[in-house]
Design a protein around this ligand. Structure first.
Ligand code: BGC
Length: 837
């Protein structure tokens, strides 16, 4: 097979291309579907077309489309709420306020830039490596609150609270971040006094404190507009005008108070310890905690209102010999507006030897657009693997005998017991080996046994009123995991046998990229996830060391909110000019130099809604469509691997990267990642990279923080989603996380990479590290990656090559271990679209 010659990526034509229009429409639809209506007193919404609106708040004219860092996208243009509402024919009575805000915003960005540059100087004086990147990525940009609000002739005020977050820094449970700033509170209070009706829009990638909705007057309606991508403003207008009836549902528990989250006090910087993160809440993450401990919430998991009402009836429940269960749910639109509804199935688990959460999500589905009076029956299925718990004593996935209650509804809180399954004896679904043992004692949260027993008794009593089916799992075979890897002796393996040791070493890391900056500091340049040469702004490339033997080099670009490339680069004498590092950061804010010489080439990519918002649609076919669109852009620009989806669990609302991830629930996260992956990979020759594998739930000190948790918690909460994504969609690659898991860097962890991903979940693609993982200290090395079965060290630094040479020489790394990793990479490359057909 001949390697394709790469053409220049992008085009010199500036006019929008057809894919842009198409994908913008899809981004708009996805955003509208992901908006969650929290409150709508007296049916204030939808608003009459053409009505006058007094629009205020940081997100009004400067709507935050997504987070910062590698999760950002360089789209052509983004539609603000102001623009969206104007385009939809609303009359905005506060244009001056919005213009004034814009000036304040630009000034705040300049001030922020100055602060970063000062910090950089200080760090550099202390000999800081990559000081600029460090300074940049650990400083959040806080949106200014704007000038005082005032009365206009409008009846309705719309206030858009905005928040920005991004990688390498966690949020704060403080005013201006998790809570309203004093000024925002003052502004909202004033609005409540000046206007009869106030609509609040939450333009944030994660949870914020919504106590003010009850405390302040006239806060009549509230919507989570999340970080809605480049078409967000239009999507908000679609929902406010009623063109789209909201059908999004929360994918996290929005607690009454931050302190209500079980790990609130100890999460990340909160307890002053960012080195060790003790997962003492165990399996009680998100709603599993609030539901089991009966802690009241403000807006619960799966919650979201509509402009219409629905009735959900469970018409049939049946079981199959393989343990599969199907729930038929008939959904009728009982209101006056057309709309869609999400039906959620939760299972209440029996009390037994293992302590279990009260209920867990096992299935969900979304109706089509139902007209008033219209009915649709959804078939919602789940298997015994959705009911299993991990028993550390026997290293097995088991179902304990007893009653499994089936709850159906339109949110966790509103779901009711509709039927039960009675399992008469314990069932072992799979036997495994133990992984990632704890290195220290960990006190894990537990609900007193009497409370669990009482809860179970209550469910049993209630089940007397519904049908309880026998649950017969006798025909289901117990799987025993085979930990002997069977690696095929295929073309890839044969090709790898022909490579020199030096070529193997090169292929085991990405291509150290020095061509993208005028800096000679290779660490500084290659540290950035925008240093790719062939496709400017891509994150990196795999090695070109064996092109002569027919091993192509793939291009990897970031996500998950679209494809992250440089929007404009310059071509001279047929060659792309290096893009200075500062130009590719924060949309060029830090670059004061001249434009590079040559003809501009444009790479306009679509900024889709952030991961959490995509998940809030609860619409897997839509997510697949979104993935297909991203895949199309990968094809257009010549990218083989997308460094997305991100699918870490929302363990605590302050994690700086929650916006990139889907949910606090592993099933929902896994299904979303699978849908997106299936979409991307419907295009032959390209693939996704599920990340960050695993337990990357904190951003402060992300490269050296140790996630300390029990094996059961690890498996049930933090690996489960990855397992689902792998089984349902076979992603081409996985990216390991920066953190350690019980004392071992995820990147160097054999249990995580090989035992869990490959042997247990059946992953057959390539595993890569997160960027510069090996640059922390000696506890995480390139050779350690190879031994763990982590095949490619990204983005590839000279120090990684040196480490591989050294350990091969002293025998701590064998040539076979190295070859095995390279073979897995080559296998993915050979199936990529880098070759002529
Ligand atoms: C992020 C990854 C990203 C990589 C490449 C890292 O800083 O953690 O998610 O894919 O950079 O840009």
């Amino acid at each position: 097979m001949a390697i394709k010659t790469r053409k220049l990526s992008g085009t010199p034509q500036q006019e929008p291309r057809s894919y842009e229009t198409e994908h913008a429409q899809l981004a708009r639809r996805a955003a509208a579907e992901g908006i969650v209506l929290l409150k709508n007193e007296n049916g204030l919404l939808p608003l009459a077309k053409g009505s006058k609106l007094a629009l205020f708040g940081a997100g009004a004219g400067r709507t935050v489309k997504g987070g910062t860092g590698s999760g950002d996208v360089n789209e052509r243009a983004s539609v603000s709420v102001f623009q969206g509402l104007t385009d939809a024919g609303f009359e905005i009575t506060t244009k001056e306020w919005i213009e004034d805000y814009d000036r304040r915003y630009r000034q705040a960005r300049q001030d922020w830039k100055e602060a970063i540059l000062t910090c950089q100087k200080e760090l550099e004086q202390k000999g800081g490596l990559n000081a600029f990147f460090e300074a940049y990525s650990t400083h959040q940009f806080a949106m200014p609150a704007g000038a005082p609000v005032y009365k206009t002739e409008a009846d309705v005020a719309v206030y858009c609270v905005a928040r920005v977050a991004g990688e390498n820094a966690d949020r704060f449970a403080a005013a201006g971040d998790y809570a309203l700033s004093d000024t925002e509170r003052e502004q909202l209070k004033t609005l409540g006094n000046l206007y009869e009706h106030v609509v609040v829009l939450i333009n944030a990638g994660g949870v914020v404190d919504l106590a003010f909705l009850e405390e302040l007057p006239h806060m009549q309606a509230a919507l989570v507009i999340s970080q809605p991508g480049m078409e967000g403003g239009h999507a908000v207008a679609d929902v406010l005008s009623g063109a789209v009836n909201p059908s999004g549902k929360l994918t996290d528990t929005w607690a009454d108070h931050y302190e209500d989250y079980p790990n609130a006090a100890t999460f990340s910087h909160n307890n002053g310890n960012v080195e060790k993160e003790l997962y003492e809440e165990g399996i009680y993450v998100g709603y599993r905690y609030f539901d089991s401990f009966r802690v009241p919430v403000r807006y619960g998991f799966g919650f979201g209102l509509s402009y219409t009402t629905f009735r959900v009836e469970t018409t049939d429940i049946c079981t199959a010999a393989d343990g599969g269960v199907t729930v038929q749910a008939a959904v009728t639109n009982t209101g006056a507006a057309a709309g869609r509804e999400v039906v959620q199935v939760y299972v209440g688990l029996p009390d037994g030897r293992l302590e279990k959460e009260a209920r867990r999500l096992v299935a969900f589905g979304k109706t089509a657009l139902l007209q008033p009076g219209e009915m649709q029956t959804l078939a919602l299925t789940f298997g015994p693997e959705q009911l299993e718990s991990y028993d550390e004593d026997s290293s097995a996935w088991i179902l304990e005998q007893g009653l499994y209650g089936i709850y159906v509804g339109t949110s966790l809180q509103e779901s009711t017991l509709r039927a039960g399954l009675q399992l008469t004896q314990d069932k072992v679904l799979a036997r495994t080996q133990a992984i990632c043992p704890l290195q220290q004692e960990l006190k894990v949260l537990s609900l007193p046994a009497e409370k669990r027993a009482a809860r179970y008794a209550a469910m049993q009593a209630e089940a007397a009123k519904v049908t309880v089916l026998p649950y017969d799992l006798s025909a289901v075979e117990t799987r025993t995991v085979d930990y002997q890897l069977q690696e095929p002796q295929d073309e890839a393996a044969k090709l790898v046998d022909t490579l020199t040791r030096e070529q193997l070493i090169c292929l085991a890391t990405g291509e150290p990229s020095k061509g993208q900056s005028d800096s000679n500091d290779s660490d500084k340049v290659s540290a950035l996830g925008s240093a790719g040469v062939a496709v400017p702004g891509s994150a990196a490339e795999t090695s070109s060391a064996a092109l002569a033997q027919g091993i192509a080099n793939m291009v990897l670009a970031d996500g998950p909110a679209g494809l992250r490339l440089t929007q404009t680069y310059y071509v001279k004498n047929g060659r792309a000019q290096p893009v200075p590092m500062e130009m590719s950061l924060e949309h060029g804010l830090f670059y004061d130099g001249p434009l590079p010489e040559g003809e501009p080439y444009y790479q306009y990519c679509t900024a889709i809604p952030v991961g959490t918002m995509l998940a809030q649609t609860w619409d897997l076919p839509l997510l697949r469509e979104v993935g297909t669109a991203v895949g199309k852009e990968m094809k257009i620009f010549g990218v083989q691997l997308w460094l997305a989806p991100g699918m870490n669990i929302h363990r605590n609302p302050l994690c700086g990267r929650n916006f990139e991830y889907y949910a606090e629930d592993p099933l929902l996260s896994g299904r979303c990642a699978a849908a997106i992956t299936n979409g991307v990979q419907s295009h032959p020759g390209i693939g996704t990279t599920t990340k960050h594998y695993a337990c990357n739930n904190q951003e402060d000190n992300r490269m050296a923080s140790d996630s300390i948790l029990t094996e059961r918690t690890l498996r049930e909460i933090y690996l489960k989603g990855f397992e689902i994504a792998i089984r349902e969609a076979k992603p081409r690659s996985i990216m390991t996380s920066y953190n350690l898991i019980n004392g071992v860097h995820a990147a160097n962890c054999y249990d995580i990479c090989t035992k869990a991903a490959r042997c247990e979940f059946g992953f057959d693609g390539v595993i890569m590290t997160d960027w510069t993982t090996t640059n922390v200290d000696d506890t995480c090395t390139a050779s350690g990656c190879m031994r763990a079965g982590n095949d490619v060290v990204m983005p590839g630094m000279d120090m990684d090559h040196e480490n591989l040479r050294k350990e091969l020489a002293d025998g701590t790394l064998t040539l076979d271990e190295l070859k095995l990793c390279v073979t897995r990479l080559v296998r993915v490359i050979l199936h990529s679209d880098c070759y002529e057909q």
